[in-house]
Write a protein that binds this ligand. Structure first.
Ligand code: ADP
Ligand code: MG
Length: 260
């Protein structure tokens, strides 16, 4: 029997009287792409923040590789390999794409960061290693051709990919992506989907929050559906598409685009 990479057990987060996440349980298996979907306000981002410890649960548990990480600091959780990319990751716009990813590598290691400023031989060795790793990450994310370009000159879709490259510098085991395809045209979405598959192909488990239904249906191994903080369905894409409760949840909202 294999242990799930991540288990969310009866997780609840209350904001005053509102249960933004309400008794949610599911697990994420190593190597899968699992998507979290649901109408606006369903609790998806809150759940991400609970998993990455940017918020602390009112009750319930987050268990990672068998270890209870519910009340760990976000920093500690990131060190363990759970990395969340933000919709607007900090990108140094006056630096090249590759330098951004090199700096992200240095930030991973305090020793290296200190050495970096003092120019120690060890830090110079790290620098070469980090540059090689950064180039490799940019290559497999499809940014190899623009790696020497200044970040400020990159088109929007590339900047988004650079944000993910910066996240990958932390060598995540579980990558949390919050709406990576938002605002992309269909070419950009196709490219970004290849990127997410490439990340998984490198042994990284992916937990995705996304509104683009065709993309979600095509890329996910499994899907968990939230509505008003509650889990209403869980399963493979074909089952989710046919699920009455899911259809009802989406059809009940006139402001939602449902592209099933
Ligand atoms: P989603 O990402 O699915 O759109 P969120 O997790 O952002 O949903 O929000 C879920 C619910 O919790 C919403 O009703 C939202 O208004 C509320 N909420 C989120 N964050 C806070 C907060 N910091 N304080 C109070 N209410 C919040
Ligand atoms: Mg959200």
């Amino acid at each position: 029997m294999t242990m799930p990479l991540l288990e969310v057990r009866n997780l609840t987060k209350r904001f005053g009287g509102l249960a933004a996440v309400n008794d949610v349980s599911f697990s994420v298996e190593e190597g899968e792409i699992l998507s979290l979907i649901g109408p606006n306000g369903a609790g998806k981002s809150t759940l991400f923040k609970l998993i990455s410890s940017f918020l602390h649960a009112s009750s319930g548990k987050v268990v990672y590789r068998g270890e209870d990480i519910t009340s760990m600091s976000p920093h500690h959780v990131a060190r363990k390999g759970i990395v969340r990319t933000f919709q607007e990751t900090t990108i140094f716009r006056n630096m090249t794409a590759i330098d951004n990813v090199v700096v992200a590598h240095h930030l991973q290691s305090t020793a290296s960061l200190t050495g970096f400023f003092f120019g120690t031989p060890a830090a110079r060795r790290d620098e070469a290693r980090f540059r090689e790793s950064a180039a490799e990450i940019l290559d497999y994310l499809g940014l190899g051709d623009v790696k020497e370009m200044q970040a400020s000159t990159l088109p929007h879709g590339y900047l988004r990919a650079l944000g993910i490259a910066i996240g990958m510098a932390a060598r995540p085991k579980l990558l949390l992506l919050d709406e990576p395809f938002a605002g992309m045209n269909s070419d950009e979405t196709q490219h970004a989907m290849r990127m997410v598959r490439g990340i998984r192909g490198r042994g990284v488990t992916v937990l995705l929050v996304e509104h683009d239904m065709p993309a979600v249906m095509s890329i996910s191994d499994r899907i968990v559906v939230l509505n008003f903080g509650k889990k209403i369905a869980e399963g493979v894409p074909a089952a989710i598409q046919a699920d009455e409760a899911v259809i009802e949840a989406y059809l009940g909202r006139e402001d939602e685009e449902v592209g099933f």
